[in-house]
Structures are given as structure tokens and as C-alpha cells.
Design a protein around this ligand. Structure first.
Ligand SMILES: [Zn+2]
Length: 287
């Protein structure tokens, strides 16, 4: 890492292992209250890693979690990280009506601001669930007072994605910036380069190369994301899930923490708001 390196945005979607969208058909939401919660200790470990590396990050936090674990919110803010919203109840935006979506994002913003005393500017939709079928979600976000969203993944995927949308930050509404998670353009295709299951699946050297290419080739800051449950090898296993879901959720979980430590060392990391909500000219595009 050189001192002139671009700062990339490190983002953590704060939810527990049983709230993952792919498990929704197997875990009734009414069971959430009786599940063993592991998110607090996992967030503590992440905060420790960030502190060791002197890195700052943005935590897209569920209202449901914040309400039950206010200490998580307090620690995130006290340690200089950005508190942002992942909505209240982790339902895909694409499965909600406009009214229900608006209530969800408004409630989450209220809870997070009430607990922290800081303004919550950013939002990330569960499972990157803003796409061509629900662009009204951007109107709702602006109306609820959010300043940016990081909810679009410009790739082809079976559960999400808007492959033709811009790859970098753009003004999606008058007062709302969309900051898509990072892809690398190779042979007219966008390759996922920003974390999650792909980061666990690909060799670390490939992930590092892709992020480096975005910095050096596109001259843009990358956005990387992961979840607290991705460093938790002891999390209870969910029975009855398909082979594909099992693979996606658990692949290389035992290697994740070591990889994250390398990533924290190899790049310069910061908060979304500090990187993107400055006067920097974002390309103007409406969709
Ligand atoms: Zn999520």
C-alpha cells in the first residue's frame, strides 16, 4: 500500500446468521427472537480488527438488531465509524410494497438516530434488492431523508443485480446518490469484486487483483462488504437448506478472518460518507 493509494470503502451489513435472505424460507421471522444471537460478539471482533489496522468503516445496521443491542450502535459510533441503515426487518425491497418499504426504512433511520444521536445518511437494501422492478425505492429513500444508497449490484445474479446500471457513484435522484458495490469490467462483463460470498470463494490473490485494478485502472474507490456471521465458524447450522444455499453461506468461512486481515493490510479503508459525500463530481445519470 502506498501513501497515494485511493481510500476504499469498507462496509459491514450488521445482521445475524438467521436473518440471511436465503434462509428466509426455512426460518420463520417469529422465530428470530428465540434464536441464539451471535452478532454482538462478532461485531466486537470486527471492531477489534479495524482498530488494530487503524481502519474506519461504515456499518449498515438493521433496526431490529440496534433495538436489541444498543451497545453495538454505541461502540460503532464511539470508535469513529459511520452508522448507516440496513432497514428494519431485512425484507428484500423487491418483496415489499412502496408503503411498507417506506415505513421500514423510516423506522430504521429513527431507531438508529435515536440510539446514537448522529444523523444516519446511508442505506443498503437487504440482498441488493433495488433493481429495474422497484426504482420507486429511490424516491422513498430520498423522501425519508437518506443522502445515499449502496443497494445496486451491477451484475447478473439469480437473486439480485442490475447489470446495465452504472458501475460507479451516480446521482440517482436530486438529493440521493447511488453508490453501487464494486465490479471489475472484463470482456464486456461486470465481475463481482466487492466481497460477500465471492470473496470467500475466490482465492485472495484474485480479489486483491480485482480491487487493485479498480483503483489503478478505473481510478475509483472500491466498495467492499461482508457480514459479521462470515467470520463466525461456530454459528449454528441451519438444517434443510439446499446444497447451493449451504455452499454459498458456509464456503471458506474458516478462512475469512485471515483474509480480512490481509485485505485490511493491503488497502487503505474508510467510511462511505467521508469518501463519497464530498463535493466530488459524481457522474450524473437517472434511471
Ligand atoms: Zn443483509
Amino acid at each position: 500500500m502506498t501513501s497515494t493509494a485511493l481510500t476504499n470503502a469498507l462496509t459491514i451489513d450488521v445482521e445475524d446468521y438467521f436473518q440471511v435472505s436465503a434462509f428466509a424460507p426455512h426460518i420463520n421471522r417469529l422465530e428470530w427472537n428465540s434464536r441464539e444471537c451471535r452478532v454482538e460478539r462478532n461485531v466486537d471482533r470486527i471492531l477489534g480488527m479495524l482498530s488494530e489496522h487503524g481502519a474506519k468503516a461504515t456499518f449498515f445496521t438493521l433496526g431490529w438488531i440496534a433495538e436489541r443491542y444498543p451497545n453495538i450502535v454505541k461502540r460503532i459510533v464511539d470508535e469513529g465509524h459511520e452508522l448507516a441503515s440496513h432497514g428494519y426487518g431485512h425484507e428484500r425491497a423487491s418483496d415489499q410494497t412502496e408503503e411498507v418499504f417506506f415505513s421500514d426504512i423510516q423506522l430504521a433511520k429513527f431507531i438508529l438516530e435515536d440510539l446514537s444521536g448522529v444523523a444516519v445518511k446511508g442505506y443498503r437494501a437487504p440482498s441488493f434488492s433495488i433493481g429495474t422492478g422497484n426504482l420507486w425505492a429511490f424516491d422513498c429513500l430520498q423522501r425519508a431523508g437518506y443522502e445515499y444508497s449502496s443497494s445496486v449490484y451491477p451484475i447478473q445474479h439469480d437473486h439480485y443485480g442490475m447489470p446495465d446500471s452504472p458501475r460507479f457513484a451516480y446521482q440517482v435522484r436530486d438529493k440521493l446518490l447511488e453508490i453501487p458495490v464494486t465490479t471489475l469490467r472484463v470482456l464486456n462483463r461486470n465481475l463481482p469484486s466487492s466481497g460477500g460470498g465471492y470473496f470467500r470463494l475466490f482465492p485472495y490473490s484474485l480479489s486483491r487483483w480485482m480491487l487493485g485494478k479498480v483503483n489503478s485502472g478505473d481510478r475509483e474507490s472500491a466498495i467492499f462488504y461482508f457480514h459479521p456471521w462470515e467470520i463466525d465458524t461456530e454459528q449454528p447450522r441451519i438444517p434443510g437448506i439446499s446444497r447451493k444455499t449451504r455452499f454459498r453461506h458456509y464456503v471458506n468461512i474458516d478462512r475469512m478472518e485471515a483474509r480480512l486481515n490481509r485485505l485490511l493490510k493491503d488497502f487503505k479503508w474508510g467510511r462511505m460518507d467521508e469518501i463519497f459525500l464530498n463535493p466530488r463530481a459524481a457522474s450524473v445519470a437517472q434511471c
